[in-house]
Write a protein that binds this ligand. Structure first.
Ligand code: GLC
Length: 419
């Protein structure tokens, strides 16, 4: 059997091994619950060999949706003392114990892809899911946009890029006074040099404690907000998700006028993130108005969001040439580049898939294919790790990672190619 077939089999074994019955954990140990955007990738991976299981994954995710439309970033289905902060720290009372913040809404886009592979039984599933997706997207439009219509995060974890330099300015304005003692669990699983620092963690927990104190009431939390950053990840992903939601709403005969208005607003919001001297889309502090010059891998989701953005290509090419395995999560020329530390430099295969999807759709098939090949090489040589050093390919973080396995099956593996 070839190495590629071995990896295909291993990827399927990772998905089924991380399956906890209707939902999939990102990796055993480090992340023992259902995470929002991980789960949408997992569904996509399952759809390559078990489409019914793919639908179950997203339906379980939406079973945790709050009455205000928010779909939490973590659903704590079964208690697990190996993770901190757990349900007791968050203190939320949704239908399933959960965190009180959300995560990038990739679900609509993956649901559309799953439906396209399964139109026969997919139609009925869509009828139930489309209104739920619309409620969630409306929650983002109501509670997470700024005055320029970009989508913001109110906790770094909401972005899915926990310790990216994009939040450093806003995080340093927080005094985590009174956060108290707590015990991190992540450092029992992964080397501290590959994880966020204690300074970051104190502020993560402080923000959770504040949300809990305010009963996770969005109106109350929106007053005197300590952290609100307009984020390329959220803005481009929600823009794309709305375009996909629109197609699905049409399919089931629902009106698309509200979604059309969201798309127009987000196109303006996306344009507002353009940073001239960086020649890229970057984060903006929505509290003090300052825009970061940090270029990240999320900057290159512009094409995935449906923008032509030819002016960002030269920056993409420069950064790709500076590393062996793109796309690094932070510009190697930036002052905060660290090739090992999580979202401050390492390459994340799942984000590469989104970037390559956008590149291909905007007519840059060569760049998309080069990115697929280099991602495939990393995974073929090392396995299904969480992230990789972009300079030499050293694997890092958690092993046997669900979304790395999922994007291998659906995109990176030679067997995933349709042509
Ligand atoms: C980390 C990542 C986040 C992911 C989670 C589970 O918090 O930053 O994007 O969803 O782990 O894999």
């Amino acid at each position: 059997m070839s190495r590629q077939q071995d990896r295909d089999n291993e990827a399927r074994a990772i998905l089924t091994g991380n399956d906890r019955g209707g939902y999939t954990v990102p990796t055993d140990g480090l992340y023992p619950y259902q995470w929002n955007w991980d789960s949408a990738f997992a569904a996509f991976g399952f759809s390559t060999f078990d489409v019914s299981r793919a639908w179950d994954e997203v339906e379980t995710l939406f079973s945790g949706q709050w009455s205000n439309g928010m779909v939490p970033h973590i659903l704590f289905h079964k208690p697990d003392p190996g993770y901190f902060p757990g349900p007791d720290v968050w203190g939320c009372d949704g239908p399933i114990p959960s965190s009180g913040i959300s995560q990038p809404p990739v679900a609509a886009s993956f649901i559309r892809r799953i439906w396209e592979t399964d139109r026969a039984t997919g139609h009925a599933r869509l009828q139930a899911l489309v209104p739920k997706l619309a409620d969630w997207h409306r929650w983002f439009m109501d509670w997470r946009t700024d005055d320029q219509d970009a989508v913001c995060v109110t906790h770094p974890w909401e972005s899915g890029r926990d310790n990216a330099p994009d939040w450093d300015g806003a995080m340093s304005a927080i005094d985590p006074d009174g956060v108290g003692d707590y015990q991190r669990r992540d450092l029992g699983h992964v080397d501290a040099a590959m994880r966020p620092t204690k300074e970051d963690y104190d502020r993560y927990i402080w923000l959770v404690q504040r949300g809990r104190r305010l009963g996770w009431d969005e109106a109350a939390m929106a007053r005197d907000v300590p952290l609100k950053v307009a984020d390329p990840t959220m803005t481009f992903i929600l823009l794309r998700a709305n375009r996909d939601l629109r197609a699905m709403a049409e399919e089931i005969g629902q009106s698309t006028s509200e979604i059309d208005a969201w798309i127009r607003r987000l196109e303006a919001g996306a344009a507002s993130l353009w940073h001239e001297s960086s020649a890229a889309f970057t984060a903006r502090d929505a509290v003090d108005g300052g825009q970061e010059d940090d270029v990240s891998n999320a900057s290159f989701l512009c094409w995935y969001g449906g923008l032509a953005a030819p002016e960002a290509l030269a920056t993409y090419d420069r950064i790709s040439e500076e590393v062996t395995y793109g796309v690094p999560s932070y510009d190697p020329h930036g002052p905060d580049f660290n090739p090992r530390r999580y979202w401050r430099g390492p390459t994340w295969p799942m984000l590469n898939m989104l970037i390559a999807t956008g590149l291909a759709e905007q007519g840059h098939a060569d760049r998309a294919e080069a990115l697929r090949e280099s991602t495939a090489k990393l995974i073929a040589e090392h396995g299904f790790w969480e992230y990789f050093n972009p300079l030499d390919g050293t694997p890092a973080g958690g092993k046997r990672f669900t979304w790395t396995a999922a994007i291998w099956l659906g995109w990176a593996s030679p067997s995933a190619r349709k042509d």
